[in-house]
Design a protein around this ligand. Structure first.
Ligand SMILES: [Zn+2]
Length: 417
């Protein structure tokens, strides 16, 4: 199983927008750009929603069948660890092995020594095509990289082998994710992480490093765009060098866990992908749920009243909703409008506050982040909410397609400078 050059991670919390999402990829295909869908849902999302991975697979399969999608499609066991991978094995063909929790745990001394010996030939000045300055790693630095990451990569190896023992070799895609950690990896760290991945015989096809800046849920990138662009290009250069050097899968590519809607990064990413003729996996999730909610709100009547109620409940359960996402949100509670104010909002007021449009004075990143978390409230509404999704599907479906195609795919993969 070989992941295509461009793949798009889609989240569909309520399992009803698969067709609308796929329409966006069909639109890209009509433009001559092939992008395959990867439906991702993490253990955290399943737990909050009360859903199971089989449902994600079924919804994906149904969308693909209904639209006659001919290319591959994938279901991503997103951010799995050894403790929950078994729940996902039967109904996933893409596994994002998250080893962030093991970063910094020390491997055994003899394993570290073996690693240092094996890769000491890369010490000193090492020229990587595409990076101006040669890497310059000394023995101490390599040792601290090994102490920081080797144990975590060993952990990835054992999770990989566990999945392989059930699914069989080459029957799934492996991603290694180290994005949910404190500090971005340097080019040298990424290089030796890839060495360790190859040494563990993990046929990783995507790798998700942590980049500089903040990737908060549902809102734009916060950070130094130029620095991001520089890191992104350096990582592309490291990957293409490491693939040859360590015999990793030739299609190994970067995976960006975007948290959705990092619009200001799309242009530099597009430019870099063209420059290096590189592939990309872009992971989004909550952006579709927010389209469902804004489309409901825009539909006046009952749709608007459900959207308002979701806000009011989310506001009153602020701490509880924020807890599982504390490291990936930054909500200024005092900037949230009061429930009584939102109770009087028109459709336009609601949509303007939530829609990701920085030039709109009513757009409120705090409201958008809070509502990103509020899918839990909608899930608890049960049939009332899912019936509303059915009832307003005519509004929702085009909004979901347009969001993925116009706002994500076009700037990332299609638009020329
Ligand atoms: Zn992630």
């Amino acid at each position: 199983m070989q992941l295509e050059k461009y793949s798009f991670g889609l989240g569909d919390r309520f399992g009803r927008q698969g067709k609308a999402q796929l329409q966006a990829l069909l639109a890209a295909k009509a433009d001559g750009v092939n992008i395959v869908p990867v439906w991702n849902k993490s253990h955290r999302e399943h737990t909050i929603m009360g859903t199971r991975p089989e449902q994600t697979y079924k919804a994906a399969e149904e969308a693909v069948k209904t639209l006659g999608w001919q290319d591959s499609f994938y279901v991503d066991a997103d951010h799995i660890q050894i403790t929950n991978v078994d729940l996902f094995i039967a109904s996933s063909n893409f596994f994002t092995i998250d080893i962030a929790d093991s970063i910094g745990r020390n491997a055994e001394d003899d394993k570290i020594n073996d690693f240092l010996e094996k890769f000491s030939k890369y010490l000193g000045s090492l020229t990587i095509p595409g990076i101006d300055e040669p890497l310059n790693v000394n023995e101490n630095q390599l040792s601290s990289i090994a102490h920081k990451y080797l144990k975590a990569i060993e952990e990835a190896g054992s999770i990989y082998r566990h999945i392989q023992s059930v699914k069989g070799k080459d029957n799934f895609i492996t991603e290694v994710s180290i994005d949910e950690t404190d500090t971005p990896q340097t080019p040298a760290e990424l290089f030796f992480i890839l060495a360790a991945i190859a040494d563990q015989d993990i046929p990783a096809q995507t790798i998700a490093p942590k980049f500089t800046g903040s990737f908060l849920k549902g809102i734009d990138y916060i950070g130094d765009i130029e620095q991001f662009a520089k890191e992104f290009e350096q990582h592309l250069a490291i990957i293409s060098f490491a693939v040859k050097e360590f015999g990793l899968p030739e299609n190994l590519k970067l995976s960006i866990h975007s948290g959705s809607d990092k619009f200001s990064l799309y242009k530099p990413i597009n430019k870099a992908l063209k420059k290096y003729d590189a592939g990309l996996h872009i992971k989004t999730a909550g952006t579709t749920w927010l389209e469902e909610l804004t489309a409901l709100a825009s539909a006046d009547g009952e749709g608007l009243s459900i959207a308002r109620r979701i806000y009011v409940d989310a506001y009153s359960r602020f701490d509880e909703l924020c807890a599982p996402y504390s490291s990936v949100i930054d909500i200024a509670k005092e900037r949230l409008p009061s429930p009584s104010a939102v109770g009087k909002w028109s459709s336009d007021d609601f949509v303007s506050a939530v829609r990701h449009n920085p030039s709109c004075s009513q757009y409120n990143v705090n409201v958008r982040q809070l509502l990103h978390l509020a899918y839990k409230i909608a899930a608890e509404m049960g049939a009332e909410f899912t019936n509303a999704l059915e009832q307003y599907q005519e509004h929702i479906s085009p909004a979901v397609t347009e969001n993925i195609y116009q706002r994500h795919i076009k700037p990332l993969f299609i638009e020329q400078d």
